[in-house]
Ligand binder design. Structure first.
Ligand code: NOJ
Length: 540
């Protein structure tokens, strides 16, 4: 086996690293540009590793950096084993692994198995004739009797999910853009090839994968029409007008996931498999797999989708905790490159409370780059739109460029992201919200994140301990995290008005998002300011 291992202390309890760890998502186009072309790259990530060490995170998940025509900014891969020249070379990548591991940071790659690019050699061969040996690598169907698409399945980016290939007279299926044809995971040859792709990167030392749209991999064998969604309204994305019960989340997908997991396990027990899955809780937890032989972490997007309401979120937490299979480890995500940022969804004041929630709930947290400095979604003028979703369904608020703008590092040109002209505009408040400005301010969002991460790392009750709800009124969400030895109370005021929590005993304030006196003892009533979160150590 090639590749280095991360230079980290092995914890005596032998818990897998990712149970205690914090994951940080990098959208590579926007993190750090090292060569002045306006697009972030691998060398840029290497240059910023010391920042990530300082922040205290354990692993980085990098959105796709593979060879791609960039129709969907790297989620359309034309060669799974090649780094796109925009991002650098394989040598740069090897250096990234080495430099990250030397600092104790693990590297997770984005594996995009559901679809390739239409420029992938396999697809070029598949579409060249009906009897090409690669034809069955993709999903081909004859037209419906009226000559139209074979069924009513919808592309997530709008319109039919079927594209007619005039030369061979059949339709191929694409759950996303027509430039992203779906691979046929019922074909064992596809599985073999794609598992070898995993091995290629594992051999280079990567520590795991985030698997793109894991719940899409297998489709109904009979290609039945999806039923109409009776709850669909005009403000929802067009593809939600049907319920994807036949195009997604088929039982056989779990065989594929467990096979992927088995490939990771060939490399020892600590390579991590994360699945991107947007499903209701009951369906989501099935992705832990039979006997936990599936994904280690099926991404839990409850906090992204939740109404920001204390009782609603508490129900989500309790339902999720109750639904987890025995031994299944939870995880929480606040933002990602597909959804509006937390600060834009709930406001910057409340985003501090959200940070405390993310880093004190039971389960592995994933931080989206820039959330730690309170980045907002940035306005994108129409002539600067890049995202294919916005270009296809314009003006409806589905575009993803606003949450993908360049990282704000300092007060220099382009916030220190690039000396060239950035591929997306920078947010207008970059001079106040950036790493340099916030680093030295003890009350900044960045300082709050850093403290919370450090505190979480040092305290078993917070990273591994049990979760228990605490009764609270109206706007307050309160819970305990506890081990045999320690108990912490987390009290989060999700509203702008002051509130009071009856605490389950005497406690001592450890961290307040609003700077309440540290060390202050609270006897019975904890007074919270509006938008305040408090982490307190229980004394009795
Ligand atoms: C999910 C990814 O997160 C998103 O950015 C992408 O457009 C689709 N999958 C298609 O790969």
């Amino acid at each position: 086996m090639k590749g280095t291992s991360p230079d980290v202390e092995v914890h005596s309890s032998q818990e897998p690293w990712w149970r205690r760890g914090v994951i940080y998502q990098i959208y590579p186009r926007s993190f750090q540009d090292s060569n002045g072309d306006g697009i972030g790259d691998i060398r840029g990530i290497i240059d910023r590793l010391d920042y990530l060490v300082w922040l205290g995170i354990d692993a980085v998940w990098i959105s796709p950096i593979f060879f791609s025509p960039m129709a969907d900014f790297g989620y359309d891969i034309a060669d799974y084993r090649k780094i796109d020249p925009l991002f650098g070379t394989l040598t740069d990548f090897d250096q990234l692994i080495e430099a990250a591991h030397r600092r104790g940071i693990r590297i997770l790659l984005d594996y995009v198995p559901n679809h390739s690019s239409d420029r992938h050699q396999w697809f070029l061969e598949a579409r060249s004739s009906r009897d090409n040996p690669r034809r069955d690598f993709y999903i081909w169907r004859d037209a419906a009797p009226d000559g139209g698409p074979p069924n009513n399945w919808q592309s997530e980016f709008g319109g039919s999910a079927w594209e007619l290939d005039a030369a061979t007279g059949q339709y191929y299926y694409h759950a996303f853009l027509k430039e992203q044809p779906d691979l046929n995971w019922r074909n064992p040859e596809v599985r073999r090839e794609m598992y070898d792709v995993l091995r290629f990167w594992l051999d280079r030392g990567v520590d795991g994968f985030r698997v793109d749209v894991m719940w899409h991999l297998i489709k109904d064998a009979e290609f039945r029409d999806n039923p109409q969604n009776p709850d669909w309204t005009e403000d929802m994305p067009p593809h939600k007008s049907v319920l994807s019960i036949y195009s997604c989340d088929q039982e056989e997908v779990h065989d594929v996931v467990s096979e992927m997991r088995a490939v990771l396990d060939e490399y020892g027990g600590d390579r991590l498999l994360i699945g991107e899955i947007y499903l209701p809780i009951a369906r989501l937890v099935a992705y832990y797999g039979r006997d936990l032989r599936g994904a280690h972490l099926p991404f839990n997007f409850r906090l992204i989708e939740a109404q920001w309401d204390a009782r609603h979120i508490e129900r989500q937490i309790v339902e999720y905790e109750a639904a987890l299979p025995e031994g299944g480890w939870p995880n929480w995500v606040l933002s990602n490159h597909d959804k509006p940022r937390i600060a834009s969804r709930v406001g910057r004041d409340q985003a501090r409370v959200a940070a405390m929630m993310l880093l004190t709930l039971r389960g592995t947290p994933t931080i989206y780059y820039g959330d730690e400095i309170g980045m907002n979604d940035a306005p994108i003028p129409p002539e600067r739109v890049q995202d294919p979703f916005e270009l296809r369904v314009p003006g409806r608020g589905f575009g993803r460029d606003p949450q993908r703008t360049p990282m704000q590092w300092d007060n220099t040109v382009n916030a220190g992201f690039s000396t060239g002209s950035p591929w997306l505009p920078l947010a207008p408040d970059k001079d106040s919200f950036n790493v340099e400005a916030e680093r030295s301010d003890p009350h900044s969002m960045l300082s709050l994140y850093r403290r919370l991460i450090a505190f979480r790392r040092e305290n078993d009750a917070l990273n591994l301990g049990r979760y228990a709800s605490v009764e609270a009124d109206s706007c307050v969400l309160a819970y305990l995290r506890e081990t045999e030895n320690d108990r912490y109370l987390i009290a989060l005021n999700l509203g702008p008005e002051p509130a009071v929590l009856e605490t389950p005993g005497q406690c001592r304030i450890v961290i307040s998002t609003e700077g309440k006196a540290e060390g202050e003892i609270v006897e019975k009533k904890l007074h919270l300011q509006g938008n305040e979160g408090v982490l307190a150590e229980m004394m009795s």
